[in-house]
Ligand binder design. Structure first.
Ligand SMILES: [Zn+2]
Length: 208
């Protein structure tokens, strides 16, 4: 069985969504493209957007990771402008958006009104009330390695509907299968059915 890695940064994983590094060429397997808050260069935004706009091909699954990050130096207002521009581009090219968010969940939720495509929070690792607010607002949650040992995150998974879940390795080095196994235990379904569900979720956001 193959397990889809929803968000990662490793070129050797082809069954998943590889997140392109800023200003690099698209891969010949599935990728996402976006301007991460940490990569925003205010003196060079125009060429960053040129890169972003001109590197879409049939392997592009999603826009991202993009979003808001309170730990990044770049002004919040600039981060918001860059995020909004990417949301609007995702509307135009009809792609879902993979969101990076650090301590800015309510701001991110407030941007939902501009988005016409599905929004997925990647690497979700926060409190239950935030998860509930995101789910109420139709966000998808993608979970990573922390699920393997973080009990409160395991509890959040219990209340997250199966049709709103993705699983990812991000920057962490581990076998994604162990995460699928853990989640199948937590949700009380077979590995096979979990895998099928994730494929269905992918179809849903693709057609979103
Ligand atoms: Zn990442």
């Amino acid at each position: 069985m193959e397990f889809f890695d929803f968000h990662h940064h490793k070129k050797n994983i082809t069954n998943g969504i590889y997140n392109l590094d800023i200003e690099t060429a698209p891969t010949d397997f599935t990728y996402s493209i976006g301007i991460h808050p940490k990569d925003i260069n205010v003196d060079d935004l125009e060429s960053q957007f040129d890169w972003f706009h001109s590197n879409m091909n049939e392997n592009c699954f999603a826009i991202g990771e993009c979003g808001l990050d309170s730990l990044v130096q770049t002004d919040q207002s600039i981060q918001e402008k860059v995020f909004l521009k990417q949301i609007k581009f995702a509307n135009d090219v009809k792609k879902p958006i993979i969101i990076h968010c650090v301590r800015k969940f309510y701001e991110v939720i407030s941007f939902k009104k501009y988005a016409e495509r599905p929004l997925i929070i990647h690497g979700f690792n926060k409190k239950q009330n935030i998860a509930e607010d995101l789910l109420k607002n139709n966000f998808y949650l993608s979970f990573g390695k922390a699920v393997l040992y973080n009990l409160s995150l395991q509890n959040i998974l219990k209340i997250t509907p199966l049709n709103r879940i993705f699983l990812e390795s991000d920057n962490d080095d581990f076998d994604i299968k162990t995460l699928y196994q853990k989640v199948s235990e937590i949700k009380g379904i077979s590995l096979e059915n979990l895998n099928k569900q994730i494929s269905e979720n992918l179809e849903t956001i693709k057609n979103g």
